[in-house]
Write a protein that binds this ligand. Structure first.
Ligand code: PHE
Length: 355
């Protein structure tokens, strides 16, 4: 009997080695372990044996059955491994071959300037805030002390969201593309505890005639400081510190009185143009960056208007603050000597590849 089992085992092993794929494996499995399995045929005459012999044969046969199952599953695993290895080899992609060694991307000069500014402000303890680019009229104008029909609204030529959306809204709820980052001042003063020390870098939109310094989409950086005893001196110190770190030592600053409904008093600050070194002339022509004036307007600023504070629930008798709105595009143009900030939006590889 044992002889028969031994023979069966060696037949099985030989057949197993010859198996080349999963179909053949299935066939072998049913041949040896299926309904008509060979082992069963051998065991058919076991009934004639003595009880003791029956036991030994059954035990040996069962062991053999387990062994077959085990070997079959090992074979199945190795067929599968071979199958995937084959796919891996056939479909392998060597991404390192011919990989261009040069830098494939460039940081946009505006992102570069924004990051420089953020680093300086973070080192001075400012937090970075963000706000929606689709703003409502209340935050963009009303709460900044620019009520409906106020002539100052004309200064911010506005892109309004389509009439289909706006026509059912009350005037202060109408949507627009924010014309400046100042609405985030309001949002922050309403929602945060005092003191506040934030900057807001972000994209703004104006319906502008495009020229070397004006584009209908550009970037601003708002700064806002609110607390007790915040004075003009703090403003001047912050501005000096930031400008010295950002631009060259020789840079000169010029304060001009101005009007912004949300600051009182108000000023615009210019820097001496880096492109023409403040002379107004470049390559024997009028410098396009500063229109030949030698100065570039960089920001609007000054002390936060008491009416804005009141609208945000801050007591103007107790608290004071200053705010700035800075043109990042112009900073980038000055910092990186680009003669027209419009070029930042023209996908000029010659320019972008320098960064
Ligand atoms: N928001 C103003 C503008 O876009 C700039 C500004 C900001 C002025 C903060 C004063 C204070 O023109």
């Amino acid at each position: 009997m044992n002889e028969k089992l031994k023979q069966l085992e060696s037949d099985f092993k030989l057949a197993l080695v010859a198996v080349e794929n999963s179909v053949e494996l299935k066939e072998l499995e049913s041949e040896y372990l299926g309904k008509q399995w060979k082992l069963k045929a051998i065991l058919a005459w076991v009934k004639d044996l003595s009880i003791d012999d029956k036991k030994t044969v059954w035990v040996a046969a069962n062991a053999l059955k387990n062994e077959f199952s085990e070997l079959l599953s090992q074979k199945s695993q190795s067929l599968e491994d071979a199958y995937f290895k084959d796919i891996e080899e056939k479909e392998a992609l060597d991404v390192s071959i011919g990989f261009a060694s040069q830098k494939l991307w460039h940081k946009h000069p505006i992102s570069h300037a924004t990051e420089l500014l953020e680093d300086i402000f973070i080192s001075l303890g400012f937090k970075i805030e963000d706000g929606p680019q689709i703003e409502d009229e209340r935050h963009n104008f009303d709460m900044l002390n620019i009520p409906d029909n106020h002539p100052a609204r004309d200064v911010w030529d506005t892109f309004w969201i389509s009439d289909t959306i706006n026509k059912h809204k009350k005037s202060w709820e109408k949507y627009l593309l924010r014309t400046h980052t100042s609405p985030v001042q309001v949002r922050t003063m309403i929602s945060q505890e005092l003191p506040i020390k934030i900057i807001v870098p972000g994209r703004v939109f104006r319906y502008e005639q495009e020229d070397a310094r004006h584009t209908s989409n550009f970037y601003q950086l708002e700064w806002l400081v609110v607390g007790e005893w915040v004075t003009f001196w703090d403003l001047k110190w912050t501005l000096d510190t930031v400008m010295k770190q950002l631009l060259w030592e020789k840079t000169e600053l010029r304060f001009r009185p101005s009007i912004f409904p949300f600051t009182e008093p108000s000023a615009e600050v210019d820097v001496s143009c880096q492109i023409c070194s403040g002379t107004g002339i470049r390559d024997a022509k009028k410098c396009s960056m500063c229109s030949g004036t030698g100065w570039v307007e960089l920001l609007g600023a000054w002390m936060v208007h008491p009416t804005v504070f009141e609208g945000c629930g801050i007591d103007p008798m107790k608290y004071s603050g200053f705010a700035f709105g800075m043109w990042i595009d112009r900073i980038a143009a000055q910092r990186f000597w680009v003669s027209s900030s419009r070029m930042f939006y023209q996908n000029k590889l010659k320019l972008n590849e320098q960064f």
